[in-house]
Design a protein around this ligand. Structure first.
Ligand code: C5P
Length: 237
């Protein structure tokens, strides 16, 4: 594969509610790259295990669901609002910690990058271990973070209308627990890659974060490789 036809890979990792999804989506839109929320695949697995009456901590209950994880999964699966319920949210880090699930989601990501939607010139993938483990060769890596208090504040604002009993303290406790599970797991724990650009969103607006990200991509990738198959080129708009 020539250097120009190889797809550009941008890895965006970080903890829950850090703003990595917002950043990764906006970055992909500006670059005309495909975007993949890898967390939604783990959530979809957790959801399906629960739907089948299985135990998300038991790998034997998870394995049959992993057989169904083939690229491309439809939006009805990956954008199912049930993936955001507390039940699925609690179950997902157990799936994320399983080597078998990591292998299935890794293959999914590899297929996505080889054959991205709309033949895009590159892909932005957001997750926990994209730059450290799945694509250590990624062209550009970001680690998006914010203080636990700020992340809890954001998550509380998003969820309070749907969860009348929720308090900011409950959200902070939940986020701290999820961080601990993701950072202390045995396989592919959440951590910044050595060569990741750290984007702390505690004080920055989404626009400021996006501008920093675009500058980092521009510094790294030669313009011809940024174009997609349709010749669209929106970088630096
Ligand atoms: O990004 P999101 O909050 O949707 O991820 C939900 C959970 O899925 C994370 O807390 C983590 O346990 C797991 N996950 C993972 N690896 C990824 C993405 C998500 O283990 N690449």
């Amino acid at each position: 594969m020539s250097e120009q036809s190889r797809k550009v890979i941008v890895a965006v990792d970080g903890p829950a509610a850090s703003g990595k999804g917002t950043f990764a989506k906006a970055l992909a839109a500006r670059l005309d790259y495909a975007y993949l929320d890898t967390g939604s695949i783990y959530r979809a697995i957790a959801h399906e295990v629960l739907e089948r009456g299985g135990d998300p901590t038991n790998v034997e209950d998870v394995k049959p669901v992993l057989e169904t994880i083939k690229y491309p999964l439809p939006d009805t699966v990956l954008k199912n609002p049930d993936l955001r319920t507390p039940r699925v949210e609690d179950a997902t880090p157990h799936i994320g910690a399983m080597q078998e699930a990591q292998a299935a989601v890794r293959s999914y990501q590899e297929d996505f990058v080889k054959n991205p939607p709309d033949n895009a010139a590159g892909a932005v993938l957001d997750g926990r271990d994209v730059g450290t483990s799945v694509f250590p060769q990624a062209d550009v890596k970001f680690y998006v973070t914010a203080t636990p208090e700020e992340r809890a504040k954001r998550r509380y604002q998003q969820q309070k209308d749907d969860n009348p009993g929720l308090t900011p303290e409950m959200v902070l406790k939940d986020i701290t627990l999820r961080d601990a599970r993701d950072m202390n797991r045995q396989f592919s724990p959440l951590r910044p890659a050595d060569d990741a650009h750290i984007l702390d969103t505690t004080e920055d607006t989404p626009t400021e974060t996006l501008e920093k990200g675009l500058a980092a991509v521009k510094a790294k990738i030669a313009p011809p490789r940024m174009k997609n198959g349709t010749g669209k080129f929106r970088f630096g708009r």
